[in-house]
Design a protein around this ligand. Structure first.
Ligand SMILES: Nc1ncnc2c1ncn2[C@@H]1O[C@H](COP(=O)(O)OP(=O)(O)OP(=O)(O)O)[C@@H](O)[C@H]1O
Ligand SMILES: [Mg+2]
Length: 459
């Protein structure tokens, strides 16, 4: 795949997120810069540090959504994690280094999947031969599976034989049947391996995910692999065996090496809720470790080496995008050293009524489209008149103003309330058409809106 230009990245994001152009541009530039850096001569390349970004904006305006969509676009290992999940080193919980381990794990899986895709055809071929072996009873002198003999040299008669030797033509006939799907209903017995490691749950319950991993590694070779016989239909068996064979064809050393390289060169970490670890008065209570977490973050953001089970990973060139609402705290409440490591600040604006109208209708995953699709499964044709959409947007804006501004999430609560009755009765309304107009919206919502307390609770 060709790397996307900033304009193309913004265009992709536009399919899902309305407005917020500054933020889109900033992340698009950052993403493109990763690629540019790859093209620079090696001696200079190491000098080019990524420019980390902080996205600041009220709740529900698209910060996390941008990150989520970016993750799909970025052809690089991308991890999204909440900064509030971390605790200071030495305390029970996740330490910040775990995000590098997670990112590496992710890259390993990504590359493993890519490699599996490459060997897929070969793995399927082997799987087919193995299934044919199982289907055709073998005589003691086992025939080599991949060998295709002509019909007549297989026809060597064997004396005193109970079962006639299966001929190559039988095998080919079977193969044709298999490919044509004529054997799809047939079941065969398959031995699947399954590793049973006792007590892992007890350890992982303590929240130390690292320990969990290490224990699996340690005991992996001590506890025997348990094999279980299972009857499966042939198409499924083909998939299972192909997966097994693919694993054997993949060179894990190469995968690990590539993964570490990819994390170091193009990894992106999205640190959500960074404002939750920002606070100046760290005098008491749960705040104690917040500044500690920030201090732990420093070396990772700046560039250090983290030990993972796939080897050492250098974090110098990993791009960090942080985001937070910064309602209570301000970016200036982060410790100065950390602020300095996020030189680019972008602000997301709060959403207006016009934005809401567009959010309801335009994105590929727009809320109205979702509800229409849901109703279609009940054989109901749901439509929204323009005046209804406008009314919904208006209500969302006004509730946001009067109670709490929760951004686009308000649309979700309103839509739920609005469609409540139809959602319940849908199965009894098969084949009907439902048209939502402004009048229906008013009828459903006005009562709620008048009562301040009610709208606080329900909307
Ligand atoms: N600009 C937008 N365009 C389209 N949808 C949006 C937009 N902003 C928010 N949404 C929708 O609203 C919901 C919440 O958005 P999101 O998770 O991005 O909020 P956030 O900015 O991360 O808020 P918080 O600070 O609370 O984490 C999502 O379902 C998202 O699709
Ligand atoms: Mg968020």
């Amino acid at each position: 795949m060709k790397p996307l230009s900033p304009r193309e990245i913004v265009a992709e994001l536009d399919k899902f997120i309305i407005g917020q152009n500054n933020a889109k541009r900033a992340v698009a530039i950052a993403l493109r810069n990763r690629w540019r850096r790859q093209q620079v001569a090696e001696d200079l390349r190491d000098e080019i540090a990524p420019k980390n970004i902080i996205m600041i904006g009220p709740t529900g305006v698209g910060k996390t959504e941008i990150a989520r969509r970016l993750a799909k676009l970025a052809q690089s290992p991308f991890l999204k994690i909440e900064a509030s999940k971390f605790t200071e080193v030495g305390y029970v919980g996740r330490d910040v280094e775990s995000m590098i381990r997670d990112l590496t794990e992710l890259a390993v899986n990504q590359i493993k999947a890519e490699e599996a895709e490459k060997v897929k055809a070969k793995a399927l071929e082997i799987a087919e031969e193995r299934i044919l072996d199982m289907l055709i009873p073998q005589t003691p002198q086992r025939r080599q599976p991949a060998q295709k003999k002509t019909a007549d040299d297989a026809e060597v008669p064997e004396p005193a034989q109970q079962e006639p030797q299966p001929s190559a033509s039988t095998r080919e006939k079977m193969r044709q049947w298999l490919r044509d799907g004529k054997l799809d209903e047939k079941e065969i017995e398959l031995e699947t391996t399954q590793q049973n490691i006792p007590m892992v749950e007890i350890f992982s319950a303590s929240g130390i995910e690292e320990m969990d991993i290490n224990i699996k590694d340690m005991f992996g070779n001590i506890f025997p692999k348990k094999t279980r016989k299972r009857k499966v239909k042939i198409p499924e068996a083909l998939q299972i065996i192909a997966r097994e064979e693919a694993q054997k064809l993949i060179d894990m050393d190469m995968v690990t090496k590539l993964a570490v390289e990819r994390v170091e060169q193009s990894g992106i970490i999205f640190l959500d809720e960074i404002d939750k670890i920002a606070s100046r008065d760290q005098s008491h209570g749960p705040d104690v470790s917040r500044e500690g977490v920030q201090r732990d973050l420093l070396p990772i953001v700046e560039g250090s080496t983290v030990t993972t089970k796939y080897g050492m990973v250098k974090t110098d060139h990993i791009l960090f995008i942080a985001s937070g609402a910064f309602y209570v705290s301000k970016p200036s409440d982060l410790i100065p050293e950390l602020q300095g490591r996020f030189p680019i600040r972008v602000e997301l604006s709060s959403l207006t009524k016009e934005d809401f109208i567009r959010i309801l209708t335009e994105p590929q995953n727009a809320l109205l489209k979702q509800n229409i699709a849901l109703m279609a499964t009940e054989d109901i044709k749901l439509t929204f008149k323009d005046d209804a959409v406008e009314k919904i947007a208006e209500i969302a804006t006004s509730v946001n103003e009067r109670t709490e501004n929760i951004g686009a999430r308000r649309l979700h609560t309103i839509m739920e309330k609005l469609l409540e009755d139809y959602s319940f009765e849908a199965p009894e309304m098969k084949g009907k058409k439902i048209v939502i107009d402004a009048q229906y919206v008013a009828q459903k919502m006005d009562g709620l809106l008048k009562d301040e307390d009610l709208s606080r609770y329900i909307l």
